[in-house]
Design a protein. Sequence first.
Length: 258
Amino acid sequence: MTELITLARPAPASTNGTAPTSIIEMRGVVRRYKMGSATVAAVDGIDLGVARGEFIALMGASGSGKSTLLNLLGGLDQPTAGTIVVAGLDLAQAGRSALVEHRRRHVGFVFQSFNLLPHRTALENVEVPLMLCGQPGPARRARARALLEQMGLSGRADHRPSELSGGEQQRVAIARALANQPPILLADEPTGNLDSTTGASVMALLRQLNADGITLVVVTHDPAVAAYADRIVHLRDGQITEITARTPAPAAAQEDRR
């Protein structure tokens, strides 16, 4: 498999919420919403560091704050209080244009429902973020084809999403997320719409990308998915209740156990 991004693996992270050479630093992060006359703290005082090249799983029940936290890291939302520094940018203080650039350059998003453009081919879907960054046609098509080849989809480049399996659609979505070579991937329930075998294949791919140097933050309710991570951050009522450090087995071995 062609390695498109290669970074040094970090030193092991500590279990107290901090991490060496952090690419993500959250301190006292709060996100409150108004619901009628009530105020709800979806995220309530989060302190967490993520090392460059680390794989973090966010786990918790529905309403625990894990998806809100992912949206904050991606610059889709901003905190009510506290600081979030991602790749050197303070997201709490960033203006709209800086947040757009953050989403283009620093993070790639992988969604449970794939979110592919239904009337565009796999190749055209992967080209979209490159087009938004102004890459000329020949360069972006070459980049998109290389990514699809990396995903094992070189023969499916001209197929539309309806002509692809769920696993193939998610691989196209991962290729799209990698298009602008972001240092961080944010994945929200990436196996939620897949069967267990296909889900294991997608997680093995994500783990390999992480081994190549991508920092990975995955939201999941599935312990089998969380088992791929270096650390599991358990959330309840918007707060961290526990951080579990793990030593994951190689991706191939995990897939064999399924």
